[in-house]
Design a protein around this ligand. Structure first.
Ligand SMILES: [Zn+2]
Length: 468
């Protein structure tokens, strides 16, 4: 399960590239949505605690006209859903659960980003709920992330902050990077599992998340229910051998890496029967109120003094989304390496669907920024995931190079570049075989100089754009 055993010889890598094998179960033929710029390589959310090196991904579906599921959800939101009716459903739900004794009546998980701020604030101040906000601490706070966290509680909320044992989390993050190239996975475990566990302990029956992942490409049928699928955060039976963290089974984490039951408690799902017996409901606010990312940002600025990142995030033009954890830079970067979809492609795609950007603008922004290396916090990352033998006498023995530096991180990339997506050019540099700006349907973008083009822009809007 570790790098030491997985290194491939250069001839094996070359053979795979010649075959253009598709890793991770990705579709061999790369297509880009005709409305947004997402490609058909985008994996859907999956049950992370079953994720191993062998897992085959389910990916976003495209219809016969080349339109992705997320764009169809956006159309459905604009054309079909009666939002007044949905708001009535929200009011009914709130009335059912509203506290009569000043105790908390719902939990809103989050980190004080624009979405959790909006969700908790509107539930409290418009719909009269008394939410407890809870936070599973980011790996490495950014300065502006901490400010936003403070603004959140300053705007009228109690917050339970659980900060994980960093010694454990750093080791799990290192394993997730080595085995899955997914440095965010251990954080996501805590983030998904914390709310239902606290709800059970504190006897709070209702949990509100912001948006349903179907907004970004999970299957459209997920939208039919206002509730999160129980399988994402609970398990019928907790069989340790079937639970994987960082691609390593729990028994192996104990035996080879010296982790204890206590160390792994926060990373284990809750038993489904506890959710059912306690009648804990996990709802998405986006089912009831039309979700619009930029509006949430403006709402959080207006009501909480939300601050953006002082500079655009590496790999994207955006400054307002996924900004509280230094690890986000690497999360999006690794998605770019594995699936050929950089941070710009994700952000531009939802902004196109939301009507805040045109597709042409999105294509040019992707050409300019997608897959830029996230150098601003790279030393923080290398320190975070280094497994010093003095600190980790047993676990460090499993790594070929316990202390991470840039060379090591760069070498790790190549194992995760799927041959059907990546090739080396004449100068021995890695290039994507397919990009949205070189797509045959976008030939007009091929020769555009993005540096000149970018001067035409003001913020996210091109000066000659029709969008106001
Ligand atoms: Zn689309």
């Amino acid at each position: 399960m570790i790098l030491k055993q997985k290194i491939k010889s250069s001839s094996e890598i070359e053979a795979e590239f010649n075959k253009r094998e598709a890793y991770f179960g990705l579709p061999f033929e790369v297509k880009f949505c005709k409305k947004c710029i997402i490609s058909n390589q985008r994996p859907n959310s999956q049950i992370e605690f079953k994720h191993t090196h062998e897992t085959k991904k389910q990916t976003i579906q495209f219809d016969e006209n080349g339109i992705c599921d997320a764009c169809k959800v956006a159309e459905h939101k604009s054309d079909t859903i009666d939002w007044d009716e949905r708001e009535k459903e929200l009011i009914d739900l709130c009335n059912k659960y509203k506290s009569n004794n000043n105790y908390y009546d719902c939990i809103v998980p989050g980190s004080g980003g624009k979405d959790s701020f909006y969700t908790s604030h509107i539930l409290k101040y418009k719909y009269g709920m008394n939410p407890l906000t809870i936070t599973w601490a980011p790996h490495m706070y950014t300065e502006w992330g901490i400010k936003n966290m403070e603004s959140w509680t300053n705007s009228g909320f109690d917050n339970y902050l659980i900060t994980p044992n960093r010694k454990v989390q750093r080791l799990l993050t290192r394993l997730s990077l080595e085995n899955l190239f997914h440095p965010f996975q251990p954080f996501q475990f805590g983030q998904k599992f914390l709310a239902p566990k606290l709800a059970e302990k504190m006897n709070i029956k209702l949990i509100f998340y912001g948006e349903n992942q179907a907004e970004y490409g999970n299957k459209i049928s997920d939208l039919s229910s206002p509730k999160m699928d129980l399988n994402f955060f609970s398990s019928n039976e907790i069989n340790e051998k079937d639970i994987f963290i960082g691609g390593v089974s729990v028994p192996e984490l104990r035996k080879r890496y010296g982790l204890t039951e206590q160390d792994l408690l926060n990373y284990m799902p809750i038993e489904t029967k506890k959710i059912i017996e306690n009648d804990i409901q996990v709802h998405f606010l986006s089912h009831y109120l039309k979700w619009h990312n930029q509006s949430n940002y403006y709402y959080a600025v207006k009501h909480g003094g939300f601050v953006t990142s002082p500079e655009r995030m590496p790999g994207t033009y955006s400054k307002y989304s996924s900004i509280d954890d230094k690890m986000e830079d690497f999360n999006y970067y690794t998605l770019g390496i594995k699936y050929g979809i950089g941070w710009t492609s994700y952000v531009a795609s939802f902004e196109i669907r939301d009507g805040d950007l045109t597709r042409e603008e999105g294509v040019l922004l992707a050409k300019k920024y997608d897959l830029e290396f996230p150098s601003r916090f790279e030393n923080d990352l290398y320190d975070y995931i280094s497994i010093d033998p003095k600190e980790y006498p047993l676990a460090s023995k499993n790594f070929e190079q316990p202390i991470v530096d840039k060379n090591y991180f760069m070498d790790l990339h190549d194992k995760f570049r799927s041959p059907h997506l990546w090739a080396k050019n004449k100068n021995n540099e890695w290039k994507l075989r397919h990009t949205v700006w070189e797509d045959k349907e976008n030939q007009k973008f091929k020769n555009i100089n993005t540096d000149d083009e970018i001067k035409l822009w003001k913020g996210n809007i091109r000066k000659d754009s029709n969008i106001t």
